[in-house]
Design a protein around this ligand. Structure first.
Ligand SMILES: [Zn+2]
Length: 263
């Protein structure tokens, strides 16, 4: 069959040295095909209303997102148990190196319904690399997360919150996720101070920075969750802050400032 097909195709090709003859007559049919309607262009179908990713409409109610950086760590099993117990979904920004060392922890993060993003391969400051190298590092980290948990992520948390427009533009398809509330857990290791920042500082839409490498943060978690809920906040993932998928090529520090906490 293949040989016959090739033979037929070859037969249609002009033989080398022949001169193409002009077509004797060309007739152009200018009658529009009957299926093309004249007048108004067809109305595109209305887009389906999008479902809020976490089942909470954060364009109406006050939401916050808990985020954990630098893991996965040896504390992840306890942290994930605690989040399950509290019924809270969070977002984890994992380094590539720690993901490669603890792939089962990243798999569990995803299987438990948390969101995951990359936090560079080995916590390098993106601004100390060329833009191309910083993006290659982000891609390598995303591949490690995919290999560990089977999900593609386009979210990047730049280490130290250090980024610039040139790097963002170079990392096509990526969204940089920063924060507007820093619990300073890595600095104080003090559960009372961590809780005070995490509960009192958020506004609607806040993205709260914590670390799954800090044991005291895990100790503080029940108080943080009950304190935020007492203020009237819904706790969602970073994607859950937005009803529509986050468009790539932007850096976000918080979600919609919607709704109002009750205190
Ligand atoms: Zn970090």
């Amino acid at each position: 069959m293949l040989a016959l097909g090739v033979a037929c195709f070859m037969a249609l090709l002009p033989t080398k040295g022949t001169v193409a003859q002009p077509a004797a007559r060309v007739t152009i049919d200018v009658t529009p095909p009957p299926e093309v309607a004249k007048g108004e262009p067809p109305t595109p179908p209305a887009p389906e209303p999008s479902e809020p990713p976490d089942g909470v409409d954060c364009s109406v109610v006050a939401c916050v997102a808990l985020t954990f950086d630098d893991g996965p760590s040896a504390y992840d099993a306890a942290l994930l148990d605690k989040l399950d117990e509290l019924g809270v979904k969070a977002t984890f920004f994992n380094t590539g190196q720690n993901t490669a060392n603890r792939p089962e922890a990243v798999k569990r993060q995803v299987e438990s319904g948390h969101q995951v993003g990359g936090h560079s391969w080995n916590h390098r400051d993106m601004k100390k690399l060329t833009a191309a190298d910083a993006c290659a590092d982000a891609d390598r980290t995303a591949r490690a997360i995919r290999d560990a948990a089977g999900v593609e992520t386009t979210l990047v948390r730049p280490p130290y919150g250090s980024w610039n427009d040139e790097i963002l533009a170079a990392c096509a398809g990526k969204t940089f996720v920063l924060w507007d509330v820093d619990t300073e857990d890595w600095l104080t290791h003090d559960p009372a101070k961590i809780t005070a920042h995490a509960v009192n500082d958020p506004k609607p839409g806040s993205i709260i920075l914590m670390h799954d490498t800090v044991a005291e943060t895990i100790d503080a978690l029940p108080g943080i969750v009950s304190g935020l809920k007492a203020r009237g906040f819904e706790l969602v993932t970073v994607a859950g802050l937005f009803n529509d998928p986050i468009a790539p090529g932007q850096a976000i520090y918080f979600g919609p400032r919607a709704g109002a906490p009750t205190s």
